[in-house]
Design a protein around this ligand. Structure first.
Ligand code: IMP
Length: 193
């Protein structure tokens, strides 16, 4: 029988990305597939804590092997902010562009523009927890560039590239992204298990 694993998300973009990496050995389920219509708590102050909190919340309710992810943008000159608060950095209900504007304003005149995206994936298999991390280092540009992607993509330029994430084609971003790297580590672990 084909193995099943549940991703604690309904984000179609993330589901597609993970399906591509997982390949044919696994059937990937989403929250919609198990009709779990609840707000998953995300109240920890680290990426690791949030990923684990989300994954255990699901596992405790339905007992299916599952995983959850949490991502943050960590800016050196801002002492790691926005970090675990990346989604709502400019306040409750803010837009992606509000968040971008807030970091550009906070970084005005700063020469150190180093930053990284970090994703932590927490996988629970048969009641045991495993963590996987993916990161990509780069710089925060001084102006927005590109119309693709989402979140902080218009102002993040990964090392070794001449474009921001928002300016590059999706296949290029997915090939080097934090989330892609964390998921690939998890999938490799699952395949050799
Ligand atoms: P999440 O944990 O994947 O929901 O990500 C939290 C927040 O980090 C998002 O709301 C975005 O603001 C930001 N973020 C996550 N992944 C990316 C990315 O690939 N590019 C740009 N911003 C991202």
């Amino acid at each position: 029988m084909m193995k099943e694993i549940l991703f604690a998300t309904n984000n179609q973009h993330k589901l597609r990305e993970v399906r591509e990496i997982l390949g044919a050995d696994y059937r990937l389920l989403s929250l919609n597939d198990v009709q779990l219509d609840v707000e998953i708590p995300e109240t920890q102050d680290t990426l690791e804590g949030n990923a684990a909190q989300k994954a255990w919340f699901i596992y405790d309710r339905i007992g299916i092997n599952c995983f959850a992810d949490d991502t943050g943008l960590e800016i050196e000159a801002l002492e790691g902010r926005p970090g675990v608060y990346s989604a709502r950095y400019a306040g409750e209900g803010c837009s992606f562009d509000d968040n971008v504007q807030k970091i550009l304003t906070e970084m005005t005149g700063l020469n150190n523009r180093r930053a990284c995206f970090r994703t932590v994936v927490c996988l629970i298999v048969d009641g045991k927890e495993y963590l996987f991390e993916g990161r990509v280092d780069g710089v925060i540009t001084t102006e927005r560039e590109g119309a693709g992607g989402f979140g902080y993509d218009p102002v993040f330029r990964p090392d070794g590239q001449h474009q921001t994430f928002a300016a590059m084609p999706p296949y290029l971003k997915n090939g080097i992204s934090h989330r892609g790297r964390a998921i690939t580590k998890m999938v490799n672990w699952l395949k050799q298990k």
